[in-house]
Design a binder for this molecule. Structure first.
Ligand SMILES: [Zn+2]
Length: 329
């Protein structure tokens, strides 16, 4: 039996806690004695006029990557830099703020947070909180879940997290167009990946910033997802005319491959997991189910599928198995 399954059998409660934490934490964190230089390498890619993306690595959160796995977007405007998502830690947020000022030659005009997951929202401390905005559901989610995310992040990324505290956005984003320094931003509070996700269309450059509503060449994370709602949102995003789409994880792409791939993955895992459940397989068996060949090259496919089995099985059990109380009636 693998080490993974040993852990699964002997300490399922801990695994479920990790699954509930919803972040891309490794199931078996490795402790490394040697200290890494605790400076992130932030490499901005210019992908449009006054538009830069800092690509996250296509990995789960580890000590080695310091949690820098999510894509970050910086937009230039006459009033200053507009930053979408702040990364996993105070240190990252501070470096990001410096980079945004250097790239634009101006101060920070606005920061948007796409959703409450720590790889996107734990760098808020690097910014003036008066400039940080998110939909109401993101703020409430971060308030409710932030501490448990923080525990998991400190456990995995350790020294990278030093001094990191939860900072709640102070501005509430609602549906509509916001113009900042000549840049028109269509703000679209939606849901699916979590109960509250923000997509932003920069109408000025034709860039759709999808947050974790879209993944590309990296398996989507589902611990806080509502798969049916997510599909509805993906369809809506697919109808938007844009020049380029920036997913939450994976390369920017002009062809909306991220929306199609995310849709196909969610359909596939739901079918596989429900079939395994209906066949009476237990969780460890279901975790071994073959995945479609189309996803062979996708980063973290087995890893995310395993996490999806953990929480979707729990939902299926709650929905389909009679409770003890129900049997007694
Ligand atoms: Zn996420």
């Amino acid at each position: 039996m693998t080490k993974f399954n040993d852990d699964c059998d002997s300490d399922r409660r801990r695994m479920l806690k990790l699954a509930a934490a919803s972040i891309a934490v490794p199931l078996l964190p490795v402790f490394i004695a040697n200290a890494a230089p605790l400076t992130y390498t932030l490499t901005p890619q210019k992908i449009g006029d006054g538009v830069w993306m800092i690509a996250g690595v296509q990995e789960a959160i580890t000590f080695e990557n310091g949690g820098a796995i999510a894509n970050i977007t910086i937009l230039d405007s006459k009033d200053g830099a507009i930053v979408v998502d702040t990364g996993p830690s105070r240190r990252y947020g501070e470096q990001l703020a410096t980079l945004a000022r250097d790239l634009t030659g101006k101060d920070i005009a606005r920061v948007y947070i796409t959703h409450f997951h720590p790889d996107h929202a734990f760098g808020n401390q690097g910014f003036d909180v008066a400039k940080v905005a998110a939909p109401d559901g993101v703020i409430k989610g971060l308030a409710a879940m932030g501490n448990s995310f923080s525990d998991a992040m400190y456990y995995i990324a350790r020294d990278w997290m030093r001094g990191t505290e939860i900072v709640l956005p102070s501005k509430t984003v609602t549906e509509g167009v916001e113009e900042i320094g000549g840049r028109k931003l269509r703000l679209m509070p939606r849901a699916g990946h979590t109960a509250s996700d923000l997509a932003i269309l920069d109408e000025t450059s034709g860039t759709l910033i999808a947050g974790d509503l879209a993944f590309l060449d990296r398996a989507p994370t589902t611990p806080h997802a509502d798969l049916a709602v997510w599909q509805t949102t993906l369809k809506e995003l697919g109808d938007i005319q844009c020049r380029l789409l920036i997913p939450g994880h994976g390369p920017a792409d002009a062809g909306k491959r991220a929306l199609t791939q995310t849709h196909d993955w969610l359909i596939a895992i739901q079918e596989i997991i429900e079939r395994c459940f209906n066949e009476g397989q237990d969780m460890p068996e279901a975790m071994q189910a073959p995945l479609p060949k189309a996803f062979e090259g996708m980063a973290l496919a087995r890893y995310e599928f395993t996490r999806s089995v953990m929480h979707l099985y729990t939902k299926l059990e709650a929905a389909k198995l009679p409770s003890v109380g129900a049997r007694e009636k």
